[in-house]
Design a protein around this ligand. Structure first.
Ligand code: CLA
Ligand code: PID
Ligand code: PID
Ligand code: PID
Ligand code: PID
Ligand code: PID
Ligand code: PID
Length: 312
């Protein structure tokens, strides 16, 4: 297709730059400017809306391309192979082309809103500037091909199951865990702190397992889960906490996507996370909430998971 061909040209123009970026640099965990959680949540919300509007099959292929690219990483900077670099660009170009232009621009504008204008120049200063310029010229040509292949109307909303066992169980889980949700400091910057003692490549292994799980999920249910998060963001209070109803809808939607993949795929995520998250992190989280509320939430979760497993 045209986007695939254009991605090869983009690769010619941008792979030198890709090799010079230190993908393992911890700086990418930081907010790209001053820390503004509610504005950042708005930017994430725009990404969620774009993801929910994207063609689920193309999203899966993009997840597969990232998984493959992680498998061909080499060198100290963590760069993938030239072929996989091109394949990721092509897959993302197709995802972008599957949503109306305005959804993409809404992400761009919202991210710009939380990015200090000095950040791009700083990023450029870490690589060969001429290679960054060459990559950008390549991107500008690529985007014209994407725009020429772009849909103009949004896809239909997801179909949301009703009256299913997971939906019923989500009500009980949400009742048992909403007090815990209200105890959590959602606006803290602690969630942007590096995991103690873990390198970027180690962390990437766990993310890879999530990518694999995402790629196996039922596309309609994943879209529904994204829509549920978007709705939940719309009802947050000053502390970032969503309404009980929207929280319940998120739990139901996430239970359904978990049930749409094999148990082992879920356990692969859990086990790889357990390897990179030191118990001190979990204990620290626990120390900041009412322990009885956390225990009630945990009990609710362990009951919920049996319902999920039964329909998995
Ligand atoms: Mg989420 C999970 C935040 C968007 C899909 N997501 C999580 C949690 C964290 C979070 C609260 C990971 C950390 C954790 O396990 O804490 N997501 C979060 C934010 C946003 C977002 C702030 C921003 C909009 N997510 C989002 C989108 C999607 C997902 C758009 C795609 C549709 N997210 C997704 C999945 C999962 C998460 C599939 C998880 O599996 C993971 C999670 O919650 O695992 C348990 C603990 C969890 C909480 C504090 C909230 C849930 C409370 C439960 C139901 C009960 C608590 C049990 C117990 C006390 C703690 C967990 C024990 C542990 C051993 C499992
Ligand atoms: C400017 C001035 C003009 C010239 C110009 C110009 C530049 C415009 C530009 C630009 C626009 C632009 C857009 C970019 C957009 C990037 C979008 C990224 C989206 C990320 C997402 C992430 C996610 C996920 C995911 C799916 C999940 C949801 C999420 C489901 C269902 C200024 C040059 C034209 C770069 C969507 C993918 C996992 C949130 O106009 O004169 O330069 O760049 O998890 O969804 O699971
Ligand atoms: C524009 C203007 C509108 C019209 C429009 C428009 C276009 C927007 C577009 C577009 C946005 C867009 C984005 C693309 C992004 C591509 C990103 C590629 C990333 C590849 C990576 C590969 C890798 C790895 C990996 C992880 C490793 C690092 C690597 C570590 C820690 C402008 C059309 C709407 C194409 C990251 C995965 C292995 C490097 O908006 O008018 O057209 O395209 O090895 O991580 O090692
Ligand atoms: C300039 C002037 C214009 C021309 C121009 C120009 C240059 C702009 C530039 C540039 C922008 C730019 C951006 C870059 C972005 C790179 C982003 C990389 C992200 C990597 C991540 C890696 C990671 C992980 C991971 C998970 C870990 C955290 C991390 C935990 C909990 C100035 C040329 C356009 C290079 C996210 C995945 C392992 C961080 O605009 O005239 O030149 O470069 O380790 O999670 O640990
Ligand atoms: C233990 C001991 C027994 C008792 C027990 C026990 C506990 C087991 C547990 C537990 C397992 C467990 C699993 C959990 C799994 C969470 C999985 C999260 C996945 C997140 C993903 C994120 C993503 C995306 C997304 C889609 C994108 C890709 C991504 C596309 C196509 C130990 C109690 C049984 C909590 C997948 C969603 C946006 C990466 O066994 O004695 O307690 O918890 O962006 O994909 O866009
Ligand atoms: C288990 C054991 C195996 C069998 C199995 C199994 C089950 C795994 C499961 C499961 C995992 C799982 C995960 C669930 C997670 C739910 C998470 C809910 C999060 C809700 C949020 C709501 C909100 C917001 C929002 C953003 C705001 C904050 C909030 C800010 C900054 C165990 C079956 C495989 C259900 C985060 C979105 C508005 C609070 O593995 O043997 O069954 O379920 O307002 O952000 O303000
Ligand atoms: C313990 C002992 C057992 C019993 C038990 C127990 C407790 C475990 C616990 C607990 C685990 C736990 C986890 C919590 C996790 C909360 C996660 C919140 C994530 C929030 C995010 C928010 C954000 C953003 C956002 C984007 C911004 C950055 C942020 C930028 C660029 C010990 C009870 C089971 C509470 C990610 C989205 C706005 C950070 O196990 O016997 O008690 O709690 O602002 O992006 O700015």
């Amino acid at each position: 297709d045209q986007i695939g061909d254009a991605a090869k040209k983009l690769g010619d123009a941008s792979y030198d730059f890709a090799k010079e970026v230190d993908w393992n640099n911890g700086v990418f965990l930081q907010a790209p400017g001053s820390f503004q959680p509610l504005k950042a949540l708005k930017a994430i919300d725009k990404m969620i809306e774009m993801g929910a509007a994207a063609d689920p099959e193309l999203l899966k292929k993009a997840a597969d391309a990232h998984h493959k690219a992680i498998g061909s990483i080499s060198g100290p900077n963590g760069v993938t192979s030239r072929a996989d670099w091109d394949a990721v660009n092509a897959a993302l170009g197709r995802v972008v082309a599957s949503v109306p232009k305005q959804k993409v621009m809404d992400v761009y504008d919202a991210v710009k809103d939380i990015t200090d204008p000095k950040v791009p120049a700083y990023m450029k200063s870490l690589v060969n500037g001429a290679d960054a310029e060459k990559a950008y010229q390549g991107f500008l040509e690529f985007k014209d091909v994407v725009a020429a292949n772009q849909v103009t109307t949004a896809s239909a909303a997801a179909t949301v199951p009703t009256g299913d066992k997971i939906g019923t169980a989500a009500k009980a889980l949400s009742d048992a865990s909403y007090p815990f949700i209200k105890d959590i400091d959602w606006l803290s910057d602690i969630y942007l702190k590096p995991l103690p003692g873990k390198t970027a490549p180690e962390t990437l292994t766990a993310i890879d397992k999530m990518i694999v799980m995402g790629s196996k999920m039922d596309g309609n249910l994943l879209k529904a889960a994204a829509e549920a998060h978007h709705k939940a963001i719309g009802s947050i209070d000053a502390n970032g906490v969503t309404s009980p109803e929207d929280y319940e809808a998120v739990n139901a939607a996430l239970g359904r996507i978990v049930a749409s993949v094999p148990k082992q795929t879920v356990m692969d995520v859990y086990n790889s996370m357990a390897k990179i998250v030191d118990p001190s992190v979990t204990n620290n989280m626990f120390s900041k909430v009412n322990p009885l509320d956390a225990l009630s939430a945990a009990k609710g979760f362990y009951t919920f998971k049996d319902v999920v497993e039964a329909v998995q």
